[in-house]
Write a protein of this length. Structure first.
Length: 77
């Protein structure tokens, strides 16, 4: 799904950048940085929440496996 970023009102910052032809050296590029960051976070938040949940499950499973293996090793001695 398409989600436009940085398309809102707010302050902009102008940078001088070197771009390939036909633009050339010291081309002015104006970006709404605050809006870009805000929109990017809004677009990525659901994926971040899912990644954090998957990581928590993986850590819990690894911890349970380590405790089970330690208990089995202690019991077998």
């Amino acid at each position: 799904m398409y989600h436009g970023v940085g398309a809102g009102p707010g302050p902009t910052i102008t940078y001088l950048v070197d771009l390939p032809l036909p633009w050339g050296k010291d081309t002015e590029v104006t970006l709404p940085i605050e809006q870009l960051v805000s929109d990017s976070w809004t677009a990525m938040e659901p994926q971040m929440d899912a990644a954090i949940a998957k990581g928590a499950v993986a850590i819990a499973a690894a911890t349970a496996l380590a405790i089970g293996m330690a208990a089995w090793w202690i019991r077998s001695k």
